[in-house]
Design a protein around this ligand. Structure first.
Ligand code: NI
Length: 182
């Protein structure tokens, strides 16, 4: 089981580097890591469990956040109260993205950013990503709204980009009216 302290903080240089493509077959330790990441995110989103294990709620994790510089991430999406769907994307590519842009009104969060932040991060409202699953099979996911934001946030981690890097330092709410708040 992962602990919050296993997740690298933004001060760690590794988080600002580009991850490398995954070569198949997937190594056992990566399979185990993916399962641990999913479990961690699911528990973190269940109030009783997050309290019990003292976990900060999170929707996604990229391997680099656990110190593994490989291009994969997982997202655990609560699509209905108490119901979760897991997404595993290995070597993801953005296939298409809407021109409509959105931002998370309360601000994005990241398990690697442990400080208050403010500002908007423009994201595509809808996105399609292709990649591989744990068996190396091609997968394709269409995501919209909060799920689309999560996909883009995690994808950025693979290129060493954190959401805070995308916020204008001088004008954190710059061009706010151009995008739709979610
Ligand atoms: Ni993050």
């Amino acid at each position: 089981m992962l602990k919050d302290k296993d997740i690298l903080d933004e001060k760690n240089k590794l988080l600002h580097t580009k991850s490398k493509d995954v070569v198949f077959p997937l190594e056992e330790k990566d399979k185990k890591m993916i399962e641990d990441m999913i479990e961690h995110l699911r528990l973190s989103q269940i109030p009783e469990e997050s309290e019990k294990y003292n976990l900060r709620p999170g929707m996604g994790l990229a391997a680099i956040q656990l110190g593994i510089p490989k291009r994969y991430f997982v997202v655990v999406h609560e699509y209905e109260e108490g119901k979760f769907k897991n997404y595993v994307l290995i070597n993801p590519k953005i296939v298409s993205a809407s021109s409509e842009m959105i931002y998370v009104e309360e601000g994005e969060g990241c398990l690697s950013v442990n400080r208050p932040t403010e500002g908007i991060v423009p994201r595509h409202a809808r996105i399609t990503m292709e990649g591989q699953d744990m068996d190396g099979k091609k997968v394709s996911f269409r995501a919209r709204e909060d799920l689309a934001v999560a996909f883009q946030h995690e994808y950025d981690h693979l290129d060493g980009i954190l959401f805070v890097d995308k916020i204008d330092k001088k004008q954190p709410f710059k061009n706010k009216d151009k995008y739709r708040a979610i």
